[in-house]
Write a protein that binds this ligand. Structure first.
Ligand SMILES: Nc1nc2c(ncn2[C@@H]2O[C@H](COP(=O)(O)OP(=O)(O)OP(=O)(O)O)[C@@H](O)[C@H]2O)c(=O)[nH]1
Ligand SMILES: [Mg+2]
Length: 384
């Protein structure tokens, strides 16, 4: 490697728009002749995001089974593999949306140990205007206060906060939220983007390409017991399955049915969906469906999704519903919708768990495997 590779970490709460933004940035970068690699991350395996980004043709490696900070050596190994095999100019990395303290646990170790090969862009953190609006008032009522704390801390450590999904809001609404963020997180750059429409990506690209993360940034104060509680309130569900269907439309209707059924159930429980997403694929064509709140309407992204036959399906859910409840809730909704459409579910495999509490040891340069939620695997419950 003659030139150092730019590493751009695109953080933000669950469902804030990280993957969509990474896809938008990657397309722009490729269009301008810049070679891109992507690293995704999750506390489980079988990720909608990895499948989705690979379907778009990008080289994607994932760090699964724990966040980047708990698997720092694996994260670096994936960066090195991408560097060797893809010769990228830039690597876009998406940390788990329930993760914070990225400066302490990723930026500092990278800046101390890996400066020969990599240089870090400023930390970009995406913020869904819907959640910032709720933060401006009392916080997200359906989330425990600890989850609101985690959301606030993610914003606090950002170099740049990007209000995402700008196409859904008026300029006046966005300005009000920007003013609030600038006042609350003094010194942080705040702007807005619509990754879906492609607006604002051109302004952020030069910051990522030419900007450098500050080396001596002061670490934010973080109460790891509160952070740990926030993580522990989140239920995690990842599943894969296959269905035989006569048409892609039927699969889309099935996906719509089970996702809406879950949305209704979670709303009735007075809980909140952080992100519920499904990826369905057959013969190269695919569909992605997402909901990022119980108040959300289903959002679809599809490409050439029109074949028939065997469809492989990946489902990921993150919400503040305990694992013992979430697993059966998901399974029942999937089975009921399958029954309605006359599908039999094949090769069903699922993992449902609650991340364990963070220990706080990662701040600075803690030994690998002692930093947070997913390191010890404590609290992990496979209920299905
Ligand atoms: N309208 C609109 N929707 C968007 C935009 N960006 C993302 N979304 C939608 O928001 C939902 C979540 O987007 P993702 O990019 O998957 O969010 P994420 O932060 O990667 O989610 P996790 O990886 O689960 O934390 C999807 O339905 C997206 O289509 C946008 O600019 N405009
Ligand atoms: Mg994502």
């Amino acid at each position: 490697m003659s030139e150092r590779i730019k590493l751009a970490v695109i953080g933000g709460f669950l469902g804030s728009g990280k993957t969509t933004t990474i896809l938008g940035l990657a397309k722009k970068l490729i269009g301008s002749g810049t070679k891109v690699g992507i690293v995704t991350n999750d506390q489980g395996s079988d990720l909608v995001d990895t499948n989705f980004l690979r379907s778009a043709g990008f080289p994607v490696l994932e760090v699964d089974g724990g966040c980047f900070c708990c698997n720092f050596e694996e994260f670096v190994a994936k960066l090195n593999t991408l560097a060797r095999e893809e010769l990228p100019d830039i690597i876009l990395a998406e940390p788990v949306g329930s993760c914070t303290d990225l400066v302490a646990s990723i930026f500092k170790p990278m800046q101390l140990k890996h400066t020969e090969d990599f240089t870090l862009a400023p930390l970009v953190v995406l913020a869904d205007p819907r959640r910032v609006r709720r933060l401006m008032t009392d916080g997200e009522r359906r989330f425990q206060s600890e989850i609101n704390y985690l959301f606030r801390k993610q914003l606090e450590e950002a170099d740049i906060i990007l209000l995402s999904k700008a196409d859904l809001y008026s300029q006046e609404e966005l300005d009000e939220l920007k003013n609030y963020l600038k006042k609350t997180f003094k010194g942080t750059e705040v702007s807005s983007i619509s990754a879906k429409e492609g607006d604002g990506l051109d302004s952020i690209l030069p910051v990522i390409l030419a900007g450098e993360a500050e080396e001596n940034k002061t670490l934010m104060e973080l109460d790891y017991s509160v952070y740990g509680l926030a993580e522990s309130f989140l239920g995690w569900f990842n599943a894969t399955a296959a269905v035989e269907a006569a048409s892609a439309d039927e699969v889309k209707a099935f996906v719509t049915d089970f996702m809406q059924a879950i949305q209704t159930k979670v709303s009735d429980m007075d809980k909140e969906i952080a992100h519920l997403k499904t990826y369905a694929m057959a013969s190269g064509g695919y569909l992605k469906a997402s909901i990022t709140s119980v108040d959300d309407t289903l959002d679809f992204y599809e490409d050439n999704f029109r074949s028939s036959g065997r469809f492989s399906i990946v489902i990921n859910a993150r919400m503040n519903v305990e694992a013992e409840t979430l697993g059966p809730l998901m399974k029942q909704a999937i089975e009921k919708a399958a029954g309605k459409h006359g599908f039999s579910i094949a090769d069903y495999k699922s993992d449902c768990f609650t991340p364990a509490a963070p220990s706080g040891a990662a701040r600075g340069l803690a030994p690998e495997g002692e930093c947070c939620c997913c390191c010890s695997g404590k609290g992990r419950e496979d209920v299905m």
